[in-house]
Write a protein that binds this ligand. Structure first.
Ligand SMILES: C[S@@+](CC[C@H](N)C(=O)[O-])C[C@H]1O[C@@H](n2cnc3c(N)ncnc32)[C@H](O)[C@@H]1O
Length: 230
């Protein structure tokens, strides 16, 4: 009965919408996100990466760039214990930034309607850090896609360089940085630049990332630190 109703509703939609709904209905991560109260299925990408590489630990300071609707921040708040749910564990900090508004999450400070790439936003983050350095910089930021692959790739690379620069200036030695990209020609260039600052850099495509999506993550671990020139 329900299936019949869904399929008759579907027939009234455009082909793209039909495909999207069908995919959502059959996607195990969409179901699991609902079940676990995550705001979207992306949560499982970070969960899978963190299960394997332990990049976020209790007590860590985490910056989540491009945080809306908030599922990575939900995961980060649990893992670094900024939500203070784990007794006797160090309490961390999560700061999430997005162009959009994000509904509050316990243990997370959001900078809403904020463009991470501007010095105004980055100065606000630095003020919130109160002299502390960061353990983890996450960027799942994605610009509005134009549909022209090379342009979209280029735009995301520019944003990623902005994230990398922020991370290099504001991170602790041995910290981690995880950045999303869309596949394209300049990936090797930024990968090599990340290697200058981090001891270990690798490409990651978590199982929860759709196989038909061009997205890929670069995980940079063990920040080497920078020497101050006096
Ligand atoms: C794929 S979503 C992030 C999903 C998020 N990780 C989650 O799990 O809920 C990408 C986000 O990047 C944000 N974004 C794009 N450009 C940005 C910028 N310059 N500054 C801040 N956020 C940006 C978009 O508004 C969008 O919400």
């Amino acid at each position: 009965m329900l299936n019949k109703q869904i399929s008759s509703n579907l027939q009234r939609r455009s082909k793209n919408t039909q495909e999207w709904i069908t995919r959502q209905l059959s996607d195990p991560y969409v179901k699991a996100a609902k079940y676990h109260n995550f705001r979207c299925r992306s949560a499982f990408k970070l969960i899978q990466i963190n299960e394997k590489y332990k990049i976020i630990n209790p007590g860590n300071i985490v910056i989540d760039c491009g945080a809306a609707p908030g599922s990575w921040s939900q995961v980060a708040a649990v893992e670094c214990n900024s939500n203070q749910k784990r007794n006797k564990m160090p309490i961390g900090t999560v700061i999430g930034i997005d162009l959009l508004n994000i509904f509050p999450i316990e243990g997370v400070t959001f900078l809403n309607q904020s463009d991470f790439t501007t010095s105004e936003t980055q100065n606000k983050i630095i003020n919130l850090l109160n002299g502390e350095k960061v353990d983890v910089v996450l960027s799942d930021m994605a610009p509005n896609a134009s549909g022209i692959k090379s342009l979209d790739h280029e735009k995301l690379i520019e944003m990623a360089y902005n994230v990398l620069k922020f991370a290099v200036i504001n991170s602790k030695v041995n910290s981690n940085c995880l950045i999303k990209f869309w596949a394209g020609g300049r990936l090797t260039e930024i990968e090599n630049d990340m290697r200058r600052f981090y001891s270990n850099v690798k490409y990651i495509k978590p199982d929860a990332s759709r196989s038909d999506s061009a997205e890929i993550y670069l995980l940079a671990r063990f920040f080497k630190g920078i020497k101050k020139i006096v």
